[in-house]
Ligand binder design. Structure first.
Ligand code: NI
Length: 255
C-alpha cells in the first residue's frame, strides 16, 4: 500500500474527475493520501476531502507564494483544532525562485516563523516548501527545535540533508527523481536513512517519467518508490512498505 504524502486535489485540473479519482485510489494500491493546503481556501478544501474519504488526510497553512492578500493564521488554527484529520501545518516555507523582492522575501520569513510557532502550539509537524532558499529555510527551522517536519520535494544538497536529518527532519521525494538531471537528489537518497524518507507526487505537478508533461495524480506515486528502490538496490515493495510506515508515523496515522 502506497502513501502519497503530498498531492493537491483542490487544483482545478481535478475538477472534472476529483471524486471518481479519489474514490478509486485504494483499489489502485494507494492506501493513503495527504492533501496539503496552500492558503485558507485550499486548506478548507483539503479538510473537506479528508472528512469525505477515510484514506485522505489534510494539512493547513499558507504557501510562500500565496501571501499577497495577507494571512489569517487564526482561521488556520481553528481549522486544525476542529478537524482531527488535519495532521500538519503546510505547506509553508520560502520561495525565492518566484519572489525576488527583498521586502517580500522578508515577509515570507515572518509568516514562516509564525506558522512554525503555530505548529508548535498545536503539537503538529510541518510540511516545508523550499525553492532556491536553502540557507534561509535551514536558518528558520533551526530556530524552532521543538517542531518536527518534512522537506517536501527535497532539492537541497547532501550536506544540508545531513543537517536536517540531524534535527530529526524527514525528506520527501517526487517524480523529479526520475528525471535525467536529478543527480543531486540521487546522492541524498543514497545516504539518507530509509526510515526518514517519504514519497509524494505533488500532483497535479511534477509527473514522473514516463508520464512527464501529463497531469500527475497519486496513481503515479509508485514510480517514485520504484526509483528509490533502484537507487538503494532494494525490492520496490520494500520501499513502498517503509515509506508508507514513515508517513503514518510522521502524520500520526494508526495502522
Ligand atoms: Ni505542493
Amino acid at each position: 500500500m502506497l502513501f502519497d504524502t503530498h498531492a493537491h486535489y483542490d487544483d482545478e485540473r481535478f475538477d472534472g474527475d476529483r471524486d471518481a479519482l479519489l474514490a478509486s485510489m485504494p483499489e489502485n494500491g494507494v492506501g493513503l493520501i495527504l492533501n496539503p493546503g496552500c492558503d485558507l481556501d485550499t486548506s478548507r478544501k483539503a479538510a473537506a476531502y479528508a472528512a469525505a474519504y477515510p484514506h485522505v488526510y489534510a494539512a493547513a497553512g499558507y504557501h510562500p507564494e500565496n501571501l499577497e492578500g495577507g494571512v489569517d493564521l487564526d482561521a488556520i488554527e481553528a481549522l486544525a483544532r476542529e478537524n482531527p484529520k488535519v495532521r500538519a501545518i503546510g505547506e509553508i516555507g520560502l520561495d525565492y525562485y518566484w519572489e525576488k523582492d527583498p521586502a517580500k522575501r522578508k515577509y515570507q520569513q515572518e509568516v514562516f516563523h509564525a506558522q512554525m510557532r503555530l505548529a508548535k502550539r498545536l503539537g503538529l509537524p510541518v510540511i516545508i516548501h523550499d525553492r532556491e532558499a536553502h540557507l534561509d529555510t535551514l536558518t528558520v527551522v533551526e530556530q524552532h527545535p521543538g517542531v518536527m517536519g518534512v522537506f517536501h520535494c527535497y532539492s537541497g544538497s547532501a550536506e544540508m540533508a545531513k543537517r536536517l536529518l540531524g534535527l530529526g527532519y524527514y525528506l520527501s521525494f517526487t517524480g523529479v527523481i526520475t528525471y535525467k538531471n536529478a543527480r543531486k537528489a540521487r546522492e541524498v537518497i543514497e545516504m539518507a536513512p530509509l526510515d526518514r524518507i517519504m514519497v509524494e507526487t505533488d500532483a497535479p505537478y511534477l509527473s514522473p517519467e514516463p508520464f512527464r508533461g501529463k497531469r500527475n495524480s497519486s496513481l503515479y506515486v509508485y514510480r517514485v518508490a520504484e526509483q528509490i528502490a533502484e537507487i538503494r538496490n532494494l525490492p520496490a515493495e520494500e520501499v513502498v512498505r517503509i515509506t508508507a510506515e514513515n508517513g503514518r508515523r510522521f502524520f500520526g496515522i494508526q495502522g
